[in-house]
Design a protein around this ligand. Structure first.
Ligand SMILES: Nc1ncnc2c1ncn2[C@@H]1O[C@H](COP(=O)(O)OP(=O)(O)OP(=O)(O)O)[C@@H](O)[C@H]1O
Ligand code: SF4
Ligand SMILES: [Mg+2]
Length: 332
C-alpha cells in the first residue's frame, strides 16, 4: 500500500434549510494514496459534489461539516483557517468542475488569469516568468497557438479548450490532489477522451492524485485505481476498481452495474433500471437508505443504519446482509 494523501473518516455535511436539515453527506469514509485516482459514483443527488467540496470547505453558508475528519498530506483540514485553505486551493489542491466557466473569470483574459494564479501561489516569480510558464503549460496540454489563446477571453474558447486551460493551470501549480467533478460531462465524446488523457498525463508527470466524480462507470474503469459508491449521502461500497467490478457486494452497486449499457448487449431490450427513487435527505439516518428500493431488504434493514465494514482486505461494504458469516446471492 502506498502513502495516504487524503483520509476521510465518517464525514457528515448537512444543510440547514427552512424546511429542515438535509443530510447531504451522512457518513463518508475513504482513503486516497499519493499519485492514484479514486472515482466517486452514485446517482444524482447522492452527495458526490458535496463530499468533494467539503474537502476544501467550498460550501454555501447553509452547509456545515458536522462530524468526521479530513486529513490531507498530514494536515487536519478542519483546523485550517480560511486563509490557509485559500492558499491550499489552486496550489496543493486544484479543482476542475463540469462547467469550466465556474473556474475561469469571464472578464479577464486567459493569460492574465493564469499569470495571476501562478504568482498568487509563487510570489517570487516575475510576471514575465509566470507568463512563460503559462505558455509552456498551454503548449503541454495541446492548445494550438498558445500565444494567441493567452490573449483570448474564456467565452472565445470552446468548452473542451477551457477545460484544457484549467488543466494547464493545474500543470503550473503541480497540485498534490486534483479534484475533478464531472470534468467531461459537458463535452462531446472525442473531447472527453482527450481531457481524460490529459489528466492522466498530468498525473504521470507530476505524481498528482485525482479524485474523480462521475456518473460514468466506463470512465471509472478507464481511469480509477479505486472506487467509492455513494447512495443518499453514504459510502455504501468502496474497493479497488478491479474488485468492485469483479466482486461487487452491495445491492445498490449491483443495480448500478446492471444498468450499464454493454457493447455486446441486445439493443432491442430496455436497460435495467433501479426501481423507485432515493429517499428525502431530511428523513434519512434511521435505517438503510436503500431499504425502499432493495429486493434483498429484511427486517433489520428497516431498523438501523448498516455500518461500513471491511468484508475482505480493502473492500468495504455497508449492508446488513453482506457481512462476515452472512452473504447475499445476487439475483438476475
Ligand atoms: N445549497 C444547498 N442547500 C440545501 N441542500 C443542498 C444544497 N446543495 C446540495 N444540497 C443537497 O445535497 C444533496 C447532494 O448534492 P450533491 O450536489 O452533492 O449531489 P451529486 O451527487 O453531486 O449530484 P449530481 O450527480 O447531480 O451532481 C442534494 O440532493 C441536495 O439535496
Ligand atoms: S442493508 Fe438491507 S436494504 Fe440495505 S442494501 Fe443491504 S439488504 Fe438492501
Ligand atoms: Mg455533483
Amino acid at each position: 500500500m502506498g502513502e495516504t494523501l487524503l483520509n476521510i473518516r465518517g464525514l457528515k455535511t448537512y444543510f440547514y434549510t427552512a424546511s429542515g436539515v438535509v443530510r447531504a453527506v451522512d457518513g463518508v469514509s475513504f482513503q486516497l494514496e499519493k499519485g492514484k485516482t479514486m472515482g466517486i459514483v452514485g446517482e444524482s443527488g447522492s452527495g458526490k459534489s458535496v463530499t468533494a467540496n467539503s474537502i476544501i470547505r467550498l460550501l454555501p453558508p447553509a452547509g456545515k461539516i458536522v462530524d468526521g475528519g479530513i486529513t490531507f498530506d498530514g494536515k487536519e483540514m478542519m483546523s485550517l483557517s480560511q486563509k490557509e485553505l485559500q492558499q491550499m486551493r489552486g496550489s496543493d489542491i486544484a479543482m476542475i468542475f463540469q462547467d469550466p466557466m465556474t473556474s475561469l473569470d469571464p472578464v479577464f483574459r486567459v493569460g492574465d488569469q493564469m499569470v495571476e494564479m501562478i504568482r498568487e501561489h509563487n510570489k517570487s516569480l516575475t510576471r514575465k516568468e509566470a507568463w512563460d510558464m503559462s505558455l509552456k503549460a498551454l503548449h503541454e496540454v495541446g492548445i494550438p497557438s498558445p500565444e494567441k489563446r493567452m490573449k483570448s477571453y474564456p467565452h472565445e474558447l470552446s468548452g473542451g479548450m477551457c477545460q484544457r486551460v484549467i488543466i494547464a493551470m493545474a500543470v503550473c501549480c503541480e497540485p498534490k490532489l486534483l479534484i475533478a467533478d464531472e470534468p467531461t460531462t459537458a463535452l462531446d465524446v472525442t473531447v472527453q477522451a482527450q481531457v481524460l488523457d490529459l489528466m492522466s498525463e498530468l498525473q504521470k508527470n507530476h505524481d498528482t492524485a485525482i479524485l474523480l466524480v462521475t456518473h460514468n462507470l466506463g470512465v471509472i474503469w478507464k481511469m480509477a485505481d479505486s472506487v467509492m459508491v455513494m447512495y443518499a449521502g453514504n459510502t455504501v461500497e468502496y474497493a479497488d476498481t478491479k474488485t468492485l467490478y469483479q466482486n461487487p457486494l452491495h445491492p445498490y452497486t449491483w443495480g448500478l452495474l446492471d444498468s450499464m449499457p454493454t457493447l455486446s448487449g441486445d439493443s432491442s431490450k430496455d436497460l435495467n433500471t433501479i426501481h423507485g427513487t432515493p429517499p428525502d435527505l431530511r428523513l434519512t439516518g434511521t435505517c438503510c437508505n436503500f431499504y425502499n428500493r432493495c429486493k434483498y431488504a429484511s427486517k433489520i434493514c428497516e431498523e438501523c443504519v448498516p455500518p461500513l465494514q471491511e468484508i475482505e482486505p480493502g473492500h468495504f461494504v455497508a449492508c446488513h446482509r453482506q457481512c462476515e458469516g452472512s452473504r447475499l446471492e445476487r439475483k438476475g
